[in-house]
Design a protein around this ligand. Structure first.
Ligand SMILES: [Zn+2]
Ligand SMILES: [Zn+2]
Length: 137
C-alpha cells in the first residue's frame, strides 16, 4: 500500500501551504452549513451536524487517538461565532455556549463534505456514511 503523500508533514503546518490556508470562511446564520474557500482553490462545505459531531475537544472526544462522530441533536448545530486561531485552526463557538473545539485546518480538510470529497469517500464502502473516525491532525 502506498502512503498518502504529504502525510508525514502534517504536524508541521505551514501557513504557506495553500491547502491549509483559508481565504474565506462563511457561516450565514440559519443555514446550518459552513463553507470555506482555501488558497489552493478548493471550496469546502461542512454541514453543521458534521462539524459538531466531529468536535475535536477533549470534552466531546476524551483522549483517544481518533476523532469519532458523535450524534448531536438539531438545536446543538447552530454556530454563534467563530474565529481563526494562530493561523492554524478555527475555533467555533456554538449557540449553546460550547466553545472548546479547535479545528485545525488539516483536520478540516479531511472533514470536507463537498461533492468532490463526498464522492471520493463513497468510493470506499467503509466510508459510505462519512462518519468514520478521523485521526487527529
Ligand atoms: Zn467539543
Ligand atoms: Zn472537498
Amino acid at each position: 500500500m502506498s502512503r498518502v503523500q504529504g502525510e508525514q508533514g502534517e504536524n508541521l503546518v505551514s501557513s504557506q501551504d495553500p491547502r491549509y490556508k483559508p481565504l474565506a470562511i462563511r457561516s450565514p446564520r440559519g443555514t446550518r452549513t459552513t463553507a470555506i474557500d482555501w488558497a489552493d482553490g478548493h471550496k469546502s462545505i461542512y454541514p453543521h451536524g458534521v462539524l459538531r459531531g466531529y468536535c475535536p475537544c477533549a470534552g466531546c472526544q476524551g483522549h483517544s487517538g481518533e476523532i469519532r462522530f458523535i450524534e448531536t441533536s438539531d438545536d446543538l448545530q447552530e454556530i454563534e461565532d467563530f474565529e481563526t486561531v494562530g493561523g492554524y485552526a478555527l475555533a467555533i463557538k456554538w449557540f449553546d455556549g460550547h466553545n472548546t473545539g479547535i479545528y485545525s485546518f488539516p483536520f478540516l480538510r479531511r472533514l470536507c463534505h463537498c461533492a468532490e470529497c463526498h464522492a471520493a469517500a463513497e468510493n470506499s464502502a467503509q466510508n459510505a456514511t462519512g462518519r468514520e473516525p478521523i485521526p487527529r491532525g
